[in-house]
Write a protein that binds this ligand. Sequence first.
Ligand SMILES: NC(=O)c1ccc[n+]([C@@H]2O[C@H](COP(=O)([O-])OP(=O)(O)OC[C@H]3O[C@@H](n4cnc5c(N)ncnc54)[C@H](O)[C@@H]3O)[C@@H](O)[C@H]2O)c1
Length: 344
Amino acid sequence: MTELQIPTLDGLAGRRCVVTGGAGFIGSSLTRLLLKSGAEVVVFDNLATGAIANLDCGGEVGREPEVVWGDVRDGERLVRVLREGDTVFHLACLGVRHSIHSPFENEDVNARGTMTVLAAARQAKAGRVVHVSSSEVYGTARSVPMTEDHPTDPHTIYGSSKLAGECYARSFYRCYGFQTVVVRPFNSYGPRSHFEGDSGEVLPRFVLRAVTGHPLVIFGDGEQTRDLTHVYDTATAIALAAVAKGVEGRTFNAGSGREISINELAELVRRVVGNADLPIEHVEPRPGDVLRLLADSSEAERALGFRPSVPAERGIADLVAGFRAIPLARAEQLASGMRVKNWE
Ligand SMILES: NC(=O)c1ccc[n+]([C@@H]2O[C@H](COP(=O)([O-])OP(=O)(O)OC[C@H]3O[C@@H](n4cnc5c(N)ncnc54)[C@H](O)[C@@H]3O)[C@@H](O)[C@H]2O)c1
C-alpha cells in the first residue's frame, strides 16, 4: 500500500500564511499542504497540546515552516508576527475533553483567544482569517445530513466556546467588513492524531490498542455516530476557504458525508488490523457526548470546490501502518499507559 499523498492547491504560491495551532494534529497537515503548495508558513503555537516534532516537514515537502512560540490570548505578540495581506488560519484551541475538567481555561483560549486573533489580524491589516470551528457546535443531530442551517446546540463548554469564536468571526465581517470565513470540520483522523491524555481521539486510541492486542474500550453503547474525515480532506477544505472568492462572512461544513457508529468503527479497526477476536469493552458514556453527526458539505463543494477524497477504509489502513511503524515495545508502553477515561 502506498502512503497517502499530502494534497496541494493552486492559488497559495508566494502567500504568507500564519497558522495558529500549526503544531497540532490538523494544523501540522495544513502546514504541509500550504508549504507543498508554495506558501510561506509561520506557525504560531504555545505547544500546549502540539509538538515541534509535528513540524518536521522537510522529508515530506522539502521545506520547513517558521515557528513562533506564542499564546493566542496575547494580542500584542500576534500583532508583531502578523503582516499586511497575510492569510491567517486560526486553529489553536483546547479540546472537548479538556473542557470537561477545565471549563474556564477552555473558554478563555477558544473564545477570547479567537476574539484576540481576529482583532490582531484586523489591526495588522491581514487579508483574510479562516476560522476553524467544529461540528461540536451542533450538538446531537436533529436531522441528517446536517447542513450549516442545522440548529446549533452544543453539549459542552468546548462546543459553546467554538460557537462563540465563530460568531465573533462572522461579526468581524458584518461589523467591520473584515474578511473572515468559518469552516466546521467533522471528526478528523490521520497522521499525528492524538491518542494521549485528554486530547486522545477514539480512532487513534482504538488503533494503538488494537496493534498491541489491548481490548477496545467504547464509552456508552457505541451506537453514537460520527462523520469521520481524513485530515488531508479537512486540511484541503480549510485551505480552499482561504483561496475561494466571494465567500467572506460565510460558514461551511467539512465532512466526508459518511456516517459510522463507534461499534462499526471498532469492527473496522479489528478487520484492518487482522484481529477479529480482539475483545471490545463497553464502559459508562462520556459526559456531554454527542450522539449523532453526519455532514452535508454540499455548500463547501459548490462554493469552495471541496470534494473529500479519502475513503475511511483507506485512511484507517494508513493510520494502522503508521502505528505499526512504532517499535512494538514502545507502542506497548504507550498503550499500557493510556488513561481509559481521559476526560477526568
Ligand atoms: N481533531 C478534530 O477531529 C477536529 C474536529 C473539528 C474541529 N477541530 C478544530 O480544529 C482545530 C485543530 O484541532 P486539532 O485536533 O488539530 O487540535 P490539537 O490539540 O492537535 O491542536 C491545537 C493546537 O493549538 C495549540 N494551542 C492550544 N492553546 C493555545 C494557545 N493558547 N495559544 C497558541 N496555541 C495554542 C496547541 O499547542 C496545538 O498545537 C481546533 O480549532 C479544533 O476545534 C478539530
